[in-house]
Design a protein around this ligand. Structure first.
Ligand SMILES: Nc1ncnc2c1ncn2[C@@H]1O[C@H](COP(=O)(O)OP(=O)(O)OP(=O)(O)O)[C@@H](O)[C@H]1O
Ligand SMILES: Nc1ccn([C@H]2C[C@H](O)[C@@H](COP(=O)(O)O)O2)c(=O)n1
Length: 292
């Protein structure tokens, strides 16, 4: 089981397992992150991608793909494949990549460390305003820091996953992080940004907006496979957690999860990950063509 799997399995709320896993997470630290990064880089990066993707890229027209300039937004509910697809698309297009969920998770770490109630909007806003939240924009690494401390592993753990929806519903937190997201995006000629409100709020004039969906059963099964969970009870617990976050994220007053009016809806229920990546790259090529 990988480090991220360990952190995310804890997110299921198995308290007996969680303490041990938390300890393991801490003990594994940086080297475990780089293990995962190495795995992801290999999975998404040049060597794994090369043969098939080079052929496909050529079929799509190299110049349009490699010369991509603009912004691609990828929004959608939990577990639809936003992160894995966005990273792969960014790698394929030579674009920067921004995981805005990681920023809300990092803000949540600051709130938890301050010992305040994540539902206390005023206190949350004050803590997040004072925190230095930094995220990287390279598709092949994961850099997430709060006040100079690496929290890339911790943000995937149970404690953060439980509290992040409440923290991300606070308008002052959203305003602060949206400003930061726009500044990061402005620094890149080409960028893929994933989250919940990127096409609707953060980048309303993006080159291409994609809203990723998938049947809840497919999402729960994928997450279970990612975490190495197999029993029907474990899959059911994952489905409950996905539903809870979807409901919270879609029903909040500020920037609820919903597709932008001009988003392309991509349903990944019957597509494998590579199929979704191909579809998004194809849409990017069309969007660039339409702009010329
Ligand atoms: N089309 C697909 N078919 C099968 N598995 C997929 C597909 N897309 C993504 N996956 C897998 O599903 C799991 C969840 O994907 P991912 O973490 O990218 O989703 P997400 O939308 O970013 O989730 P969250 O919003 O909770 O961070 C991963 O194991 C990923 O490899
Ligand atoms: N643009 C965004 C990104 C994320 N959030 C919130 C909602 C999610 O539950 C949480 C964690 O996101 P994940 O890492 O699972 O993609 O952060 C948001 O409100 N807006």
């Amino acid at each position: 089981m990988s480090e991220r799997q360990r952190a995310e399995t804890t997110a299921l709320g198995d308290s007996a397992v969680s303490e041990r896993q938390r300890a393991e997470t801490t003990a594994l630290g940086d080297s475990a992150v780089s293990e995962r990064q190495r795995a992801e880089t290999t999975a998404l990066g040049d060597s794994a991608v090369s043969e098939r993707q080079r052929a496909e890229t050529t079929a799509l027209g190299d110049s349009a793909v490699s010369g991509f300039r603009g912004q691609i937004t990828l929004d959608g509910p939990s577990g639809t494949g936003k992160s894995s697809v966005a990273r792969a698309v960014a790698t394929r297009l030579g674009a920067a990549y921004l995981d805005t969920g990681a920023m809300y998770r990092a803000a949540t770490v600051a709130v938890l460390d301050a010992g305040i109630d994540p539902e206390d909007a005023e206190a949350v806003a004050a803590v997040v305003a004072a925190a230095r939240i930094e995220v990287g924009t390279a598709a092949d690494t994961e850099l997430v820091q709060v006040d100079g401390v690496d929290v890339a592993v911790r943000i995937r753990g149970a404690e953060v996953t439980r509290a992040v929806s409440a923290v991300s519903a606070v308008p002052a937190v959203r305003r602060r992080l949206v400003d930061q997201q726009r500044a990061l995006v402005a620094a890149a000629d080409a960028v893929v940004v994933e989250g919940r409100d990127i096409g609707t709020v953060v980048l309303p004039d993006a080159t291409l907006k994609v809203y990723l969906t998938a049947a809840p059963e497919a999402r729960a099964e994928r997450r279970a496979a990612q975490l190495g969970l197999t029993t029907p009870e474990e899959v059911a617990a994952l489905a409950v957690d996905l539903r809870r976050r979807d409901e919270y994220d879609s029903s909040r007053a500020d920037s609820p999860l919903r597709p932008a009016a001009d988003a392309m809806i991509v349903d990944s229920t019957d597509l494998d990950r590579q199929g979704v990546v191909d579809r998004v790259v194809e849409l990017a090529q069309s969007a660039v063509g339409a702009r010329r």
